[in-house]
Design a protein around this ligand. Structure first.
Ligand code: GLP
Length: 261
């Protein structure tokens, strides 16, 4: 099962995840990070950036793969996930932009973009740690309900609810693209460690379904139950609908320091 860690604040969550990623980079300087967009991972990037500033570590060989990208946004659009990943993660962490790949949402190459991305991940030796948020529909990456657990990077149609949620980043809700290119649930399952973060009560249903619900493609987050190494870091509000909270707290309180996350 996933390890569930309850934290008081987003900053605590960020510090915990960042310490694990820092330790990974220290033992593997060309580590492959799975980078996520959205508000959720910001505390991780902030904590890791602060840690790297306080105590420098060579990140010049660190590689990164983004989870997803909108289809059809013009190159350089500020809300393309390429732009967001550069702004939120690559620049603050001081990563080499040449080592970072994002699925290609260009209309001209859509038919081959998915398999090209899969090949690139494979050529890099796979993702060492995948940072994940979760959408209100229960999506991870942009894998909306119904996505196959065996799916690979491909074009998907965004749920209306997801487009409404993401409208805050665009001038008008109609500007939110209808399609995206996203790593599949099968792609995510191949990452060696998954760190899923969620904060706030609006994520409580999605977290309960992912961690304790039936494994079902109707609840894409439940794919984590098929993975051998998952860390779920949540605040009290996002954890509110979990049934096994006492056990998670007990297990965390009694964990040996050497075990890490
Ligand atoms: C987007 C992204 C997801 C992200 C989700 C939640 O749709 N494609 O990767 O997890 O939103 O976003 P937030 O973290 O802002 O709540």
């Amino acid at each position: 099962m996933a390890e569930v860690v309850l934290v008081d604040t987003e900053a605590d969550a960020g510090a915990l995840a960042a310490a694990s990623i820092r330790a990974l980079i220290a033992r593997k300087p060309d580590a492959v990070l799975g980078l996520a967009t959205g508000s959720t991972p910001l505390s991780v990037y902030a904590a890791l950036a602060a840690s790297l500033t306080a105590d420098a570590l060579d990140v010049s060989r660190v590689r990164g793969f983004a989870l997803d990208e909108y289809v059809g946004l013009p190159a350089g659009h500020p809300e393309s996930y390429r732009s967001v990943i550069m702004r939120d993660a690559v620049v603050p962490l001081g990563l080499n932009p040449e080592n970072i790949q994002v699925p290609n949402g260009d209309l001209a190459t859509l038919q081959t973009a998915g398999l090209d991305y899969e090949a690139a991940i494979l050529a890099a030796g796979g993702v060492d740690v995948q940072i994940l948020g979760i959408g209100r529909t229960g999506h991870v990456g942009f894998n909306e309900p119904g996505s196959s657990f065996a799916s690979v990077t491909r074009i998907k149609t965004l749920a209306e609810k997801t487009r409404v949620d993401n409208a805050r980043f665009f001038a008008s809700p109609d500007d939110v693209p209808i399609h995206c290119m996203t790593q599949g649930l099968g792609t995510i399952l191949r990452a060696r460690h998954l760190i899923l973060l969620a904060f706030g009560q609006e994520k409580a249903d999605a977290i309960a379904a992912a961690v304790e619900g039936p494994v079902s493609s109707s609840k894409p987050g439940s794919v984590i139950q098929l993975h051998p190494h998952v860390t779920v870091i949540v605040d009290e509000a996002a954890a509110a609908r979990l049934g096994n909270l006492d056990y998670y707290r007990y297990a965390w309180a009694n964990k040996h320091a050497w075990q890490g996350i």
